[in-house]
Ligand binder design. Structure first.
Ligand code: TRP
Length: 338
């Protein structure tokens, strides 16, 4: 590592290998990460242990981890610039998680809205892992002296908890953890569901017509776009309250072509209805996804190479994680293991 690289601030993010990666997720998150990798030391972790808090099919889970890794790399996350690894390959995560469990309070975990939501969704399997989920997240982030965590709306409360835990620990033992902050992208577009543009496009939506995945075939994309909700009237104009459907398509169109919304509005000012516009949006999405999809196919074929990337990532991650864990063990009073 060069001097310059060691001075970079750290960014950490975890990815649950579940559901499908959507174009909304790409534009809202992955696209930003691709630019961050030049300015920050980024760690991207497959949160496979977190995924186990909901019952998984073992073979599917393993396959999905490789799928996700290949797709992130295909999107431009460079394994030579970033540390890409699997949570289960770095035992320090579960080790620190145990220690932090002893400092986290039942009451504060009970207040987590995600825990409440997931308990309703999985009423037959409200397991201890689901309850302790944010504590494992805290271990993920705090092991790497993380400065910034790019978080979506749904993870903000967890990040607050992580900060509380870190402050509590530091208050008792001295400055062992960097206090992480949420990373708010300079410019980020929020892509909404195709059929209900008041909701975010989500990879776990039960209605498959609500989202476009990064691996959707051209015809699937055309079909989904045709069915996308548009608004009354016939103008192609950005207006979130009056025309949420068309506005969403404009944001999407703009993100995949790098044209401004204004320029797009202008080029459709004489349009007669939405038909041609929707067709153009689908063709633009197809053209945008095509190189990502071919890179993905090539990478996904070579599982040995994906394993090599994860192995390298785990080595780099362990070097950092073990230093933090060692300090923590000593501070709380555990004996040195010789
Ligand atoms: N819980 C996160 C999610 O579902 C994934 C995750 C695990 C994570 N550990 C993390 C995100 C640490 C940020 C930091 O999206």
């Amino acid at each position: 590592m060069t001097m310059n690289e060691s001075k970079k601030l750290n960014i950490f993010s975890g990815i649950q290998p579940s559901g499908e990666l959507t174009i909304g997720g790409y534009i809202g998150a992955i696209k930003n990460w691709v630019t961050l990798q030049h300015e920050y030391q980024c760690l991207f972790m497959l949160a496979d242990l977190h995924t186990l808090t909901v019952l998984q099919d073992p073979e599917m889970l393993r396959k999905r981890c490789y799928d996700f890794l290949a797709l992130y790399i295909a999107c431009g996350i460079d394994p030579a610039k970033n540390i890409l690894f699997a949570q289960s390959h770095v035992p320090e995560h579960t080790q620190l998680s145990w220690i932090l469990n002893c400092y986290a309070h039942m009451g504060e975990l009970n207040r987590m809205t995600q825990f409440k939501d997931k308990s309703k969704q999985h009423a037959a399997n409200i397991n201890v892992g689901l309850f302790g989920y944010p504590v494992l997240m805290a271990a993920d982030v705090l092991l790497y002296q993380t400065h910034y965590v790019p978080v979506g709306e749904d993870q903000k409360q967890h990040l607050e908890l992580i900060r509380d835990l870190a402050l509590r620990f530091n208050h008792r033992y001295g400055d062992v953890f960097t206090i992480p902050e949420p990373y708010i992208p300079k410019q980020g577009a929020r892509i909404m569901s195709l059929q209900d543009p008041t909701q975010k496009m989500s990879k776990s939506d039960a209605n498959l017509h609500n989202f476009i995945t990064l691996l959707d075939e051209p015809d699937t994309i055309r079909h989904k776009l045709k069915r996308a909700t548009t608004d009354s009237g016939h103008e192609i104009r950005f207006n979130l309250t009056e025309k949420p459907g068309i506005s969403n398509l404009l944001v999407l169109f703009s993100a995949v072509t790098d044209k401004t919304i204004l320029a797009l509005e202008t080029s459709y000012q004489h349009a007669n209805g939405y038909g041609q516009f929707k067709q153009d949006v689908s063709e633009a999405i197809i053209a945008f996804l095509s190189p990502i999809q071919s890179r993905y196919q090539a990478l996904r074929k070579d599982e040995t190479e994906l394993q090599r990337i994860l192995h390298q990532g785990a080595l780099a991650a362990r070097e950092k994680a073990s230093a933090t864990l060692k300090k923590v063990y000593t501070l709380v009073g555990l004996m040195e293991s010789t």
